[in-house]
Design a protein around this ligand. Structure first.
Ligand SMILES: Nc1ncnc2c1ncn2[C@@H]1O[C@H](COP(=O)(O)OP(=O)(O)OP(=O)(O)O)[C@@H](O)[C@H]1O
Ligand SMILES: [Mg+2]
Length: 222
């Protein structure tokens, strides 16, 4: 079987490799035939995530596997240092990344409906603003599984595989793409927050939803 080469230039990285023994690797998210598998790895006190396409077929690995992995790595470098974004991204192979595990729970969990504080969501809004400030749109924030509530109650955003760098796009298009992210946040806010979405944000949410009907990304996760 043809395998992708492993890259070994990884200083200061989350990926600890197989050396050193006691490496535990647990599947936490099984991707479909064309989606990445996500593993939680641990070795001693270290915990990290391994996300990739190494277990997929050759065609997937050498096409979208490489492409999406490259995109997530590229975007993560732009976002380095923002609190609430996984750090320590590195490449394990051409189509597999490792990065820091973010402790906590995913916002999408069913038992969190109307149970999360307003403070969490206002912090999410600030985090999103910081991401946009780096010229990045996430574009997959309508899924609760891409939002983390960290043990101290602060938000985390993961999964930059669908993200785009937009700083060279014309202003109106860029703002429209940013608003797609906000509509994802407000969808979660509406569903998960103990308090109802306030009228101003609700108005924005409904306006963006109407616009999204004309938008190619709206086919997913309505
Ligand atoms: N850095 C991380 N810290 C904690 N959990 C993580 C991390 N990365 C991934 N996960 C867990 O793995 C799940 C899947 O990861 P991710 O969203 O990156 O993969 P995906 O293939 O894009 O999945 P999906 O298609 O469901 O969005 C997340 O919902 C989360 O539960
Ligand atoms: Mg995801």
């Amino acid at each position: 079987m043809l395998t992708l080469p492993t890259l070994n230039n990884r200083p200061n990285v989350a990926y600890k490799g197989e050396e050193g023994g006691n490496l535990k690797k647990q599947l936490i998210h099984k991707g479909s035939w064309a989606n990445a598998d996500v593993f939680l790895c641990s070795q001693g006190q270290n915990q990290w995530v391994e996300k990739g396409f190494d277990g997929k077929n050759l065609l997937v690995r050498w096409t979208i596997g490489i492409l999406l992995t490259h995109r997530e790595l590229f975007i993560s470098k732009r976002l380095q240092g923002i609190a609430g974004i996984p750090q320590g991204y590195t490449r394990k192979s051409l189509c597999t990344l490792t990065y820091d595990y973010m402790d906590g729970m995913v916002l999408g969990a069913g038992d969190l409906d109307h149970a999360v504080s307003v403070d969490y969501f206002t912090a999410c809004e600030k985090l999103l603003h910081a991401i946009h400030g780096k010229g990045v749109v996430h574009l997959d924030l309508r899924r609760g599984s891409n939002w983390i509530i960290q043990p101290d109650g602060t938000p985390g955003i993961i999964d930059f595989q669908s993200s785009l760098l937009v700083n060279l796009l014309p202003g109106p298009l860029k703002n429209f793409l940013f608003s797609i992210d906000y509509s994802g946040l407000y969808k979660m806010w509406n569903r998960k927050c103990v308090e109802e979405l306030d009228p101003d944000r609700k108005k924005i949410f409904h306006r963006i939803n109407r616009l999204r009907r004309f938008w190619i990304f709206s086919v997913a996760h309505i």
